[in-house]
Write a protein that binds this ligand. Structure first.
Ligand SMILES: [Zn+2]
Length: 407
């Protein structure tokens, strides 16, 4: 039974939707797959040929109805970077209206019931050293613009919560962008407004390295949180109406941001540190501050951030399962509350994803598991997208008020 998490045992014990899970678990051997984000060459199928397939999760008619009537709004998808790295930034090279070898394509987005997406316009921290972070970020925005131009029947550019709701009502995938790392603004406050004007609605303050004004969770602490310029960045984002994303930052930076911001924050793709003790995850003392701030923790699916600590110690390359991801969702609910949790998959940003969440078609299984665990339609709709839409509205109001005051 090596590799079987506690949650899995409980799930097997209670029967529910999965059949054959015990057989799958018994057949598990040491698993493959890296845990780092933004490693290239993603493939849709990460299951080696000699590994038994993870049991299919049957989606009931009720789960189907709840899932597809909700507003599934994912906080982080790296398709733009994958298009750059794997397709020369060209939708002629890879037409996402057809099945791709990536985690993401339009047929599978439809199957997954995705209604809204923050497309990541990530560029690596190394671009801060080479001096082309801003230019590269603009190029990533160009890729998203081209995608929206090219597939207008599927995607709709949106900038506000009201526009997201309208796009969903029109049957389109509401599309916004998120910058991943403060290096993209090259220490220029004025770029926040310029990026906003191009469709960017959040900025993660750091990626895996510190910036000149904020500490990353995965670098040596330098600022004990936010430098004074970092606080200015947060205030300018509040004024402009760009969500402050504190995924990837150190706990001290999380606290400093919560001390500074006038608007609710987001974690666009982070999970709970109490379950998986990775420095990049959200500790409970931060989770406890989220209700007062009003923000949302969008739980990510990255294997290295969701597999329980004890299991990762035994099997550093374990992929984890969709049940582990649901454990993270439940932990955030337990500590921060049902109004402060969302979904931030990180598809196409990683090589290793949990069993049961291999690509963007798999989201409905989350709804099924939440339903099995006793959550009702209203609660599931909050998790899928209601909470992030509320956060967007609140941040829009803060920006409006600050602009009225001429701040
Ligand atoms: Zn990331």
């Amino acid at each position: 039974m090596r590799g079987l998490s506690v949650s899995l045992l409980l799930r097997v014990g209670t029967g529910c939707v999965v059949t054959g899970l015990a057989a799958w678990a018994a057949g598990q051997t040491s698993e493959n797959g890296a845990t780092a984000e933004k490693t290239p060459a993603p493939t849709a199928d990460t299951t080696p040929a000699d590994e038994p397939a993870f049991p299919k999760i049957e989606i009931s008619a009720e789960a189907q109805r709840i899932h597809f009537s909700g507003s599934l709004f994912d906080g982080h998808n790296d398709l733009p970077w994958t298009m750059r790295a794997e397709a020369n930034s060209s939708f002629d090279k890879v037409d996402i209206a057809q099945p791709t070898k990536f985690h993401t394509d339009i047929p599978r987005l439809k199957a997954g019931g995705l209604k809204a997406q923050f497309w990541s316009v990530y560029v690596p921290s190394s671009s801060a050293v080479t001096g082309n972070a801003t230019v590269m970020t603009m190029e990533q925005i160009d890729i998203v613009d081209e995608m929206l131009r090219r597939y207008p029947e599927h995607f709709q550019r949106t900038g506000t919560a009201a526009e997201v709701r309208q796009a969903i009502a029109d049957g389109k995938i509401a599309s916004l962008m998120g910058i991943e790392g403060g290096h993209s603004i090259e220490n220029q406050l004025g770029l926040i407004q310029r990026f906003y004007d191009r469709g960017v609605r959040y900025m993660t303050l750091t990626h895996s390295k510190n910036v000149d004004w904020a500490d990353s969770a995965t670098d040596e602490p330098r600022h004990q949180g936010l430098a004074e310029f970092g606080r200015e960045v947060v205030r300018e984002m509040n004024r402009v109406g760009m969500l402050v994303d504190i995924s990837h930052v150190s706990p001290a930076t999380m606290h400093a941001t919560l001390d500074t911001t006038a608007a609710p924050v987001i974690f666009s793709h982070s999970s709970a540190r109490a379950i998986c003790d990775h420095p990049r995850n959200v500790p409970d003392d931060v989770l406890r501050r989220i209700p007062k701030n009003g923000g949302v923790v969008m739980v990510t699916f990255v294997s290295g951030f969701i597999t329980p600590t004890e299991q990762l110690q035994r099997e550093p390359k374990a992929r984890g399962t969709i049940f582990d991801v649901c454990d993270h969702i439940e932990h955030v609910i337990k500590v921060a509350g049902i109004d402060h949790v969302g979904i931030g998959g990180d598809y196409d940003g990683v090589t290793s994803l949990p069993h049961g969440l291999e690509d963007v078609s798999k989201y409905p299984a989350i709804t099924q598991i939440l339903l099995d665990r006793g959550y009702n339609e209203e609660q599931i709709h909050k998790i899928l997208g209601g909470n992030i839409l509320r956060v967007m509205e609140a941040a829009e109001k803060v920006a409006h008020d600050l602009q009225q005051k001429g701040n």
